[in-house]
Design a protein around this ligand. Structure first.
Ligand SMILES: C[S@@+](CC[C@H](N)C(=O)[O-])C[C@H]1O[C@@H](n2cnc3c(N)ncnc32)[C@H](O)[C@@H]1O
Length: 511
């Protein structure tokens, strides 16, 4: 367990600890011995190797076809590009309300890397031409360098051409007509509809308004298909089919988006301080990271107590986080889950985690709480299981975020990311209420509506400055802390008569 590191060793992994430590050793070095609750993983962990992505120099004009949620797509793709060594530049054509974006990506390899991770983008294509009318598209295609086309149009190759129309359905005859109009392209290969070597797509954008579909497309594109995104993960990891779930288990799609915002990569260590049923560990483990978490709830960590499924009273014998990871063949990435209160970190000083990805309680479906002492004003004494009691006192939302940011600042590696959901009462929202810390840079802030007056924001922050003890509370003094004390009343506002009345009025209006 000690792995040769003293109780106050610096970041495990430095030469003071000898050879590079395994993920489990890094984790073990970080646990403060007096606070360890339990460490149950006996699995073997392979050694840590940093992931590198090759960057080629030639430019590839790619085009992504997106799923919904424009701002989250944008942030996901930005994060993934930077993970692969690329970056967004002024050359990208991002029209937030368009289902198609034009990106400049340094290589096809990078485009494939992006698509191996994204759940927001559907497909990526090498763009050969585009325009606001068929004429503009054909002119643009005639300008595309022939030497770039020829490798895919050889006489000994096979191909097929597809057409996709966004917000409009065409008849088969209309589709064939549009495909035939491309006969000026120097196709020399044979058409093979079943198993072609190269697939080309005509993509037509008829706008976003289903009640106002124009006769002609507002933009047309033609390109060579490169790769599809990972949207099938949303189905294969669906919470509905998951072994162990709770009332607040994180939706599979959002879990993958969060892991992508966190730029999780193989051999990382990812931590969730409000782990619940471990929904957020699963997506990180899928991307090859070692995962661990803590939660104040003994029953959740040990898979005991009442079941959240209909028609099932108690959790079954193998309903726990480990079983969830096993269900997806990811058990080898599971470090452990511990019972711990996030307001009292159990970790030794020193940077440990490559990413912290979490969904703190907002008090809507589960109460935020922390361990109380007998001396404190005790709100309740809960009997958790036969032998486990804890005294809980309420944990204000502002304190949860304050503690979370401080924890991230202290325990993330440099460049590591903190990704979490922040509940928002929309009428009072301004950017100022986003909690800040001098060691963490705000990377993105995307909204997901919960009701007409409430939403949650997916906040991504990156550690950009070493944590010094004097940073601990310094930012409380600079006036940034006061605004986010407003988060404390989120629960009251969510359930307030005002919100209910507005919701009722909206419902009445819809009738
Ligand atoms: C929104 S849920 C997280 C759900 C989780 N992402 C999942 O997929 O199941 C928040 C969790 O925070 C836990 N929690 C509440 N107060 C806590 C505290 N002080 N320390 C640690 N966990 C806490 C709750 O028990 C709950 O499981």
């Amino acid at each position: 367990m000690s792995a040769g590191c003293g109780p106050r060793a610096g970041r495990p992994g430095t030469s003071a600890c000898g050879p590079p430590p395994t993920a489990l050793q890094r984790l073990a070095c970080g646990l403060a011995v007096q606070d360890v609750v339990i460490l149950r993983n006996e699995g073997q962990i392979i050694s840590l190797q940093r992931y590198k992505c090759a960057i080629a120099t030639s430019l590839l004009a790619g085009m992504v076809h997106l799923l919904k949620y424009a701002s989250r797509s944008f942030q996901e793709i930005t994060s993934l590009l930077s993970l692969c060594g690329g970056q967004f530049s002024g050359e990208q054509e991002i029209r937030v309300y368009s289902p198609f974006w034009i990106l400049n990506i340094p290589s096809e390899e990078m485009a494939r890397g992006l698509m191996k991770r994204t759940v927001c983008a559907k497909s990526i294509f090498e763009l050969w031409g585009h325009g606001r009318s068929a004429g503009e598209l054909y002119a643009s295609l005639k300008n595309y360098p022939t030497e770039k086309m020829l490798p895919y149009l050889q006489s000994d190759s096979t191909y097929k051409v597809h057409i996709h129309t966004f917000n409009k359905t065409l008849t088969q005859a209309q589709k064939i007509k549009k495909i035939d109009a491309l006969e000026f392209l120097p196709f020399k290969g044979k058409v093979n509809l079943k198993n072609p070597e190269h697939i080309f797509w005509i993509l037509e954008d008829y706008g976003m308004n289903p009640n106002d579909v124009p006769e002609e497309p507002i933009h047309l594109y033609f390109g060579r298909w490169i790769a599809d995104g990972q949207r099938e993960l949303i189905e294969s990891y669906s919470v509905k089919k998951r072994h162990f779930i709770g009332n607040t288990s994180m939706d599979a799609c959002l879990s993958f988006i969060m892991a992508n915002h966190g730029r999780v990569k193989p051999n990382d260590i990812v931590y969730d301080p409000f782990v619940g049923t471990g929904g957020l560990l699963i997506s990180s483990a899928h991307f090859g990271a070692y995962v661990c978490g803590t939660d104040i709830d003994y029953n959740t960590i040990h898979g005991l107590g009442k079941a959240s499924r209909k028609n099932q009273k108690w959790r079954g014998p193998d309903e726990n986080i480990r079983a969830n990871l096993r269900q997806y063949g990811l058990e080898k990435y599971y470090l452990d889950a511990l019972v711990a209160d996030s307001s009292r970190p159990i970790w030794r000083k020193g940077m440990l985690f490559d990413a912290i990805i979490t969904d703190p309680p907002y008090g809507i479906r589960e109460a935020p709480r922390r361990m109380g002492s007998q001396k404190e004003t005790v709100k309740s004494v809960e009997r958790s299981t036969e032998n486990h009691f804890f005294v809980s006192s309420s944990y204000h939302l502002s304190d949860i975020f304050f503690d979370l940011l401080k924890f991230g600042a202290e325990y993330l590696v440099m460049g590591g990311r903190l990704v979490y959901w922040l509940p928002i009462y929309r009428p009072e929202y301004t950017e100022e209420i986003i909690p800040r810390h001098p060691c963490l840079k705000l990377i993105s802030n995307c909204e997901q509506m919960l009701s007409s007056h409430t939403s949650r924001r997916l906040i991504t922050m990156e550690k950009v400055k070493e944590f010094k003890d004097q940073d601990e509370n310094s930012y409380l003094l600079d006036g940034q802390y006061m605004p986010y004390r407003g988060h404390n009343s989120f629960r009251e506002k969510y359930f307030s008569g005002v919100t209910k009345r507005i919701a009722k009025e909206e419902k009445d209006n819809q009738k």
